[in-house]
Design a protein around this ligand. Structure first.
Ligand code: BGC
Length: 720
């Protein structure tokens, strides 16, 4: 009865404090009041000035009302250096940042916790640099291995993409910096990206190309999204009422800003009425932008209503109140030891051991006197280059420097370039002339390999060869790298091949002829240190491929069906939902390396897969447990992948689909009991006829394994 001692006002305050939802409503009401207060005071001209770029990455503020401009920045490798108008460097000495590993490297970690740290740390750096919107993460599906931006993006699987993207957004936004998820949607090739129309059925859109976007909006509350350059079904994504108004703002209740890709707006009235909020671009006369004077004129002419303009301003102010205008924002930080550690941890967990037949790895330094380090990629840096994403890294440890750092004087390391990775793209360039071996460089490399105990050859792509704005022509290793590998391998049987790249290449000959193959990436500031630690066994490799490596390009779905890069500016996604391993597994085509593949220095033994129950209802989560024992000598991290298969479905289904995964650390000799959970509702398919998600009752098979093709345990459940 003590409560009677309180006044009723005290009780209300007490209840409010206990009820965060109410507190939230209160604060969002206060926020609404502030936003509408500003909107009432803004003139039409001031509103229009907030809806388009006024510099290469910025927008205008309204100083008289205390509204600042918004500064955006790329992403995804780190907070980009400051640029002058026209994309040249501003040549500052204060804008270096941490270089984080590229998108497919992050995906290869299969570790959403690392995606969170990546976002968190980049958010801290963005805050330090006063960039309020980071144009990150980018996660278009790897439909073709040739896409020039495969290295920026995550994977070929919508579920893996969603789990990583959600955490990257959570991390960035925890620092009061808006994530800008991109590119919405189906921007899966660079060839004709600004004009091509993607033709795909609704099921394919909903099951493959939208899930990660949906997850970042509905689960992580992404504050901004970037529309893609391409068209879908004949309509530019930047003015698609279906994508922007119906799906994003309607179905997913997106509250933030739709930002155009740079120069990706094509109209004023259509774009404004169909959901675009903020027009960005690459310089030029900003007052002539579609969302500048032409938008002002269109409002005056009654073609765009004031309500539409106010809604856009509302969205912009709402994002500003979470970022540049936030009360008590976290402090920014740059290049801290924690950021370096994150870059290192991602790099270390991303490296994929493809083959280790001779057990050359981990390196046995006890009887190793000399190593020949060969290849341009051993000394190449990857933070800048090509077109698009780049970061002025405060430093970047090359592979050669990493080995020198870790081995000191214990082993004599000598270097030969082996090939020159200089690539200057030209119009109508076939790329072939860049495949010529350099016999003089190869001869030097061979001589060095002969007199060394062991050779490590670094080949692969680089930031010019893989780039935004163009796709690769084929999967061939460039710059005569194959000839270099062949020559060095015949000179020294103890040759390790390290491929550094962001997308699949043709490794057929290397897979066949070489005993030891490691896959690494454009792996951030700590690249060389992480790689050396993997080679030396200080880190047990735990990266798993985020996409399928085909034996031949024509095995890949888009290429098998002659559905890339399209004709007459239309690209038909004929493979439908059968993207990546879904295609290879369903059509029973042997890949070179399958999705989810990667070896370790230890071995894991899987016991039987058990489900929590044998029968589930629609509202429940299926649980599945499998015990994994580390039977080798090294502690390691294993990623248990859980796929689902629907026998006798009413519609075509992929042979299997990833629905859950978990990465666990297991000490040598220890067993981990790994439990994964799948919401039954995630088993639904999207029905093209009724335009709805359909839940199909009946029997489902769960397949748990170490990769999409190394299934260790299966179990069946019935869902009702
Ligand atoms: C890219 C975007 C990028 C923007 C700004 C565009 O060319 O497609 O991903 O954020 O430029 O640099």
């Amino acid at each position: 009865m003590k409560i009677k001692l309180f006044s009723s006002l005290t009780i209300v305050i007490f209840m409010l404090a206990l009820n965060p939802v109410h507190a939230q409503t209160q604060s969002s009401q206060a926020l609404e009041a502030k936003i509408s207060g500003i909107i009432k005071k803004l003139t039409l001209e001031e509103k229009i000035s907030m809806l388009h770029a006024n510099s290469i990455f910025g927008t205008a503020g309204v100083p008289r009302l205390g509204v600042p401009g918004l500064m955006t920045d790329d992403g995804p490798l780190g907070v980009r250096e400051d640029l002058k108008e026209g994309w040249g460097s501003a040549n500052l000495t204060t804008d270096s940042a941490t270089f984080f590993p590229n998108g497919s490297a992050l995906a290869a970690t299969w570790n959403p916790g690392l995606a969170y740290r990546y976002g968190h740390d980049m958010g801290e750096e963005a805050r330090w640099r006063k960039k309020w919107i980071m144009l990150v993460p980018a996660f278009n599906i790897a439909r073709t291995p040739l896409c020039g931006r495969t290295y920026e993006y995550y994977s070929e699987d919508p579920f893996l993409n969603s789990r990583l993207a959600v955490q990257a957004v959570n991390g960035i936004q925890s620092q009061g910096i808006a994530a800008c998820v991109k590119h919405f949607a189906a921007n899966n090739q660079e060839v004709e990206r600004g004009r091509v129309s993607v033709e795909l059925d609704e099921r394919t859109l909903r099951e493959i190309y939208l899930p990660a976007f949906k997850a970042t909006v509905t689960e992580a509350n992404a504050w901004t999204i970037m529309s893609a350059y391409n068209k879908i079904r004949g309509v530019f994504c930047s003015e698609s009422p279906y994508l922007l108004n119906t799906i994003l703002k309607g179905e997913w209740k997106f509250k933030g800003i739709v930002i155009s890709d740079w120069g990706g707006t094509h109209s004023t009235v259509n774009a404004a009425n169909n959901g675009m909020d903020l027009e960005m671009g690459s310089g030029g006369n900003y007052s002539k932008y579609f969302f500048a004077q032409p938008l002002l004129d269109s409002v005056k002419a009654g073609k765009v209503s004031m309500a539409v303009i106010d809604e856009k301003i509302h969205r912009i102010l709402w994002v500003m109140y979470h970022t540049v205008m936030a009360a008590n924002p976290p402090a920014g930080k740059i290049n801290t030891p924690e950021h370096v550690k994150t870059a290192y941890d991602i790099a270390a967990e991303s490296i994929v051991l493809l083959k280790n037949e001779q057990h050359l790895l981990p390196l046995n330094t006890g009887n190793l006197k000399s190593i020949a380090v060969i290849g341009d990629n051993a000394t190449e840096m990857f933070h800048l280059g090509g077109f698009g994403a780049g970061v002025k890294a405060r430093y970047e440890v090359t592979a050669l420097a990493g080995l020198q750092n870790r081995l000191g004087n214990a082993v004599a390391i000598s270097y030969a370039q082996g090939y020159s990775g200089v690539y200057k793209p030209q119009r109508r360039d076939t790329g072939n002339k860049y495949n010529k071996p350099d016999s003089a460089l190869i001869a030097q490399a061979v001589a060095l390999a002969k007199k060394s105990d062991m050779a490590i050859v670094f080949i692969g792509g680089n930031r010019e060869w893989e780039s935004e704005g163009r796709d690769r022509k084929d999967l061939t290793l460039p710059f005569g790298e194959q000839q270099l590998v062949d020559a060095v391998t015949s000179a020294n049987a103890k040759t390790i091949v390290v491929v550094v790249a962001g997308a699949p290449y043709d490794l057929g000959k290397i897979k066949k002829n070489n005993s030891t193959v490691v896959w690494s990436w454009y792996n951030g500031s700590e690249n060389g240190n992480a790689l050396a630690d993997v080679l030396l066994g200080k880190v047990n490799p735990s990266g798993r491929l985020p996409f399928t490596f085909p034996n031949e390009l024509k095995d890949s779905p888009a290429h098998a069906l002659n559905a890339y890069p399209g004709t007459d500016l239309k690209v038909e996604y004929k493979e439908g939902i059968l993207v990546g391993y879904r295609w290879f597994d369903t059509r029973k085509i042997e890949p070179m390396y399958c999705f989810g593949y990667g070896l370790s220095y230890t071995n894991y033994k899987y016991a039987a897969l058990h489900t929590g129950k044998t029968s589930y209802t629609k509202a429940e989560n299926i649980t599945a447990t499998i015990k994994v024992t580390n039977t080798g000598k090294y502690a390691g991290k294993e990623t248990v992948q859980l796929y689902i298969s629907k026998p006798n479905s009413a519609v075509e289904r992929a042979d299997k689909e990833l629905k859950a995964f978990k990465k666990v650390s297991i000490a040598a000799g220890q067993t981990a009991s790994v439990t994964l959970s799948i919401p039954v509702k995630d088993l639904a398919y999207f029905d093209n006829k009724t335009n709805k998600w359909v839940f199909e009752p009946g029997k489902y098979t769960l397949l748990a394994g170490a990769s999409s093709r190394d299934i260790k345990g299966t179990a069946s459940v019935v869902v009702k």
